[in-house]
Design a protein around this ligand. Structure first.
Ligand SMILES: C[S@@+](CC[C@H](N)C(=O)[O-])C[C@H]1O[C@@H](n2cnc3c(N)ncnc32)[C@H](O)[C@@H]1O
Length: 251
């Protein structure tokens, strides 16, 4: 009998050693980084822009705020927050993946967004900031890729200021069975083919579909946030629950 069984994690439908997941996720995002934005628009028919707009609208962000866009990738949310916090605020675009950060930095520079954005490579599970640092943390389509999600939520809680809020934008569970079926067909048949054609990488988009199915549903994520210390935790289903926006506060 194995006295010390190795801890495991999900990588899509595969069960892998916990120590392996981060490098497998890293391979996915190194591979898709340069095609990430165009694929996002294609795969979601542009709807990811509405989901992100809703996130900004729920953020309560103001001039002078200190914001962390965690797993921020190519920086869509950072771009908007940079304008909203102004010269007296600061936005940190944090991501574990150097390729995604590079694409994000170039994109935001080209948009003329400079001066109040820091680009920092970091792991959501061990955030490199003092306690009580941020007014707002967002993590959009990132949590599902993190190996130890409870640890990451506790780390986010620690670095939020009292009164600060966390927004988690993530794929979730569609509310209606019919939508679920159509969505499954799309995800497992069309999505990997689009990934193959456009990004020359069907496997990464197969991982995307599988990782979405393995992610906690709305209520489970809400409980996880509560367990990490968040209060007044609520969520809003977007596009019939294909995506959910969770919000929680630290007091
Ligand atoms: C699907 S992309 C989302 C990018 C962006 N937030 C958006 O909504 O377009 C997921 C991002 O999570 C990052 N990521 C994965 N695991 C992470 C971790 N443990 N810590 C920080 N970032 C992570 C990936 O590198 C990738 O850039």
């Amino acid at each position: 009998m194995n006295e010390n069984p190795e801890k495991t994690a999900h990588f899509g439908y595969k069960t892998v050693a916990e120590t392996e997941k981060a490098s497998m996720v890293a391979d996915v995002f190194h591979s898709v980084a340069t095609k990430y934005d165009v694929m996002n628009d294609l795969m979601s028919f542009g709807i990811h822009r509405l989901w992100k707009r809703q996130t900004i609208a729920s953020s309560g962000v103001r001039k002078g705020h200190y914001v962390l866009d965690l797993a921020g990738g190519t920086g869509d949310l950072t771009a908007k927050f940079s304008q909203l916090v102004g010269d007296t605020g600061q936005v940190v675009l944090g991501d574990i993946n150097s390729s995604m950060l590079k694409v994000g930095r170039e994109k935001l520079h080209n948009l003329g967004l400079v001066g109040n954005i820091d680009y920092v490579q970091m792991n959501a599970e061990a955030l490199p900031f003092p306690d009580n640092s941020f007014d707002l943390i967002t993590i959009a389509f990132g949590l599902r890729n993190v190996t130890d999600q409870n640890k990451a939520l506790r780390s986010m809680y620690r670095i939020l200021k009292p009164g600060g809020r966390l927004l988690v934008l993530e794929f979730s569970k569609p509310e209606h069975e019919l939508l679920n079926k159509a969505y499954d067909f799309y995800s497992f048949n069309l999505l990997p083919k689009m990934g193959e054609l456009v990004a020359n990488d069907g496997e990464s988009y197969k991982y995307l579909a599988e990782s979405i199915r393995m992610h906690p549903d709305q209520e489970t994520l809400k409980t996880m946030m509560n367990d990490a210390g968040f209060e007044q935790t609520t969520y809003q289903n977007l596009t019939g629950g294909i995506v959910a926006l969770h919000r929680g506060f630290k007091y």
